[in-house]
Ligand binder design. Structure first.
Ligand code: KG4
Ligand code: ZN
Length: 340
């Protein structure tokens, strides 16, 4: 029998609903909230309001793309956390009511775990190779930066993580310093393409083992810009490409160095990138090039599955369901920073 799983993601600023038909993703519709652009970050109250407005139209559009009706859905998977409480509650309440109305099971999914497996998602008419367990995963998003040893869907160990800002936060805060809109990552990525990555020098943080730190880097950029603006009010305008390229190069180098060190130390030959920052063109290219030279396999999701999406929730929800996992209606969201 065919299994139809709907995945609902609403942990931050994307309302996204996807549908998997057995092993294949047949629909993934995302409403991105433009409302945060001028604030330099996500405004939680505005985010939950936008989710409440978007959720029903996104559900309808996703079902339409999949050429299915509500009654065809067998399981509803949704993000339980971590994320913004108000945003999560919109997706969770919708998922629970939808499932109750149709009398079908629900599966609560951890957002960070879901990111890890985005590379496993298959599309119609196109089968691609997937990572082999155990693999090393670098999760880099707006809220997290983690190196993980992934031995199975439910056997994931943290090797290292950031002690302050996440990599995505480093991009977003730099963009704010340069007067660019939120989210900053895509803007910096674009500007960096026409800049000199060695024009400015930023000192890399000295943190032990597999930990990361990005807050000092952001402060270096802030001071560099502040000091130069005193001498030349057009400094940002004149140098923004070089600033973006040099700043981005530093972040990429930090991420790549630590990941390769972990791959070597733990003897892992498959490296997976996950999370919004894995959309970064320089990060993707550097990992692919290094992989070829050093003999490891690199897996990076297609761009639309790097940032928050319902597809990764549907995928992990389906795997968990097939392993016998369902959730009670009483499950409650957990916020960023809270462990399940
Ligand atoms: O995974 P995600 O959509 O949300 C969280 O779970 O946090 O990641 C969003 C983050 C933002 O910080 C955004 O600036 C960053 O991913 N991002 C990028 C790029 N595209 C998105 N960072 C660098 N380069 C990009 N091309
Ligand atoms: Zn995310």
């Amino acid at each position: 029998m065919t299994l139809i799983v709907m995945g609902i993601e609403s942990s931050c600023d994307e309302t996204s609903v996807a549908i998997m038909k057995d092993d294949t993703l047949i629909s993934n519709v995302t409403a991105t909230q433009e409302v945060h652009a001028s604030y330099g970050g996500v405004v939680p109250e505005l985010a939950s309001r936008a989710h409440a407005q978007n959720i029903i139209p996104v559900i309808h559009t996703s079902l339409k793309y999949a050429n299915l009706q509500k009654k065809d859905v067998n399981v509803v998977a949704f993000t339980l956390g971590p994320g913004l409480v108000g945003s999560l509650m919109v997706g969770i309440s919708f998922a629970k009511s939808f499932a109750q109305a149709l009398n079908i099971p629900i599966v609560a999914v951890d957002h960070l775990y879901a990111h890890i497996f985005a590379s496993f998602i298959q599309f119609p008419n196109e089968k691609h190779p997937v990572p082999e367990f155990p693999f090393l995963c670098l999760t880099v998003s707006g809220g997290h930066t983690q190196l993980l040893k992934v031995s199975d869907y439910d056997d994931i160990k943290i090797i290292g993580e950031t002690i302050d800002d996440a990599a995505g936060e480093a991009f977003d805060k730099a963009a704010k310093i340069l007067g660019l809109p939120y989210p900053g990552g895509p803007m910096i990525d674009k500007l960096a393409k026409s800049g000199d990555p060695h024009y400015f020098h930023f000192t890399k943080p000295k943190v032990p083992d597999f930990q990361f730190s990005f807050s000092g880097l952001k402060t270096s950029l802030l001071y560099l810009v502040r000091d130069n603006l005193k001498k030349d009010p057009d400094f940002i305008e004149k140098y923004k490409q070089h600033l973006a390229a040099s700043y981005q190069r530093t972040i990429v180098e930090i991420l790549v160095e630590k990941t390769l060190k972990a791959a070597k130390e733990f003897g892992l030959k498959n490296i997976v990138l996950a999370g919004g920052v894995s959309a970064n063109s320089e990060l993707r290219q550097t990992f692919i090039n290094n992989g070829k030279q050093l003999g490891y396999k690199t897996f990076i999701p297609p761009i639309n599955l790097t940032t928050d999406n319902g597809a990764m929730i549907a995928y992990l929800g389906k795997i968990l369901y097939e392993r016998g996992v369902t959730s009670p209606l009483s499950v409650k969201q957990y916020a960023t920073g809270e462990r399940r």
